[in-house]
Design a protein around this ligand. Sequence first.
Ligand code: ZN
Length: 95
Amino acid sequence: MPRKYIKKRAEIWIKDLLALARRMEIEDNYDLERRYVSLVLEISKHYKVKIPEKRFICKNCKIILIPGKNSTVRIKKGRVNIKCLRCGNIRRFVI
Ligand SMILES: [Zn+2]
C-alpha cells in the first residue's frame, strides 16, 4: 500500500478518535476518553501524522480540553495560556 494512502487513513482515524474522545469528555466517561486520546498520540507518533488542535489535548492526563468545562484559556502578554483544570498543567502558545 502506498505510504501516502496509509498516512491519509491515519489522519482520518485520528480525527474520528478525537471526536469520540470529545464526546466522552462531555459525557464524563474519562476511562474511554483517556483510551482514545492515548491511541491518538500513539497513531500520530507511529505514522508521523500531525494532530489537529493539539493544543487542546492535555498530555498529562490524556484528555481533550474544553474551555469552560475542564480548562481555562487566558491571554497574557501576547500568549495564550491553556490550563487543564484536572491536573493544573498550563500550556503556553504564542499567538
Ligand atoms: Zn491535565
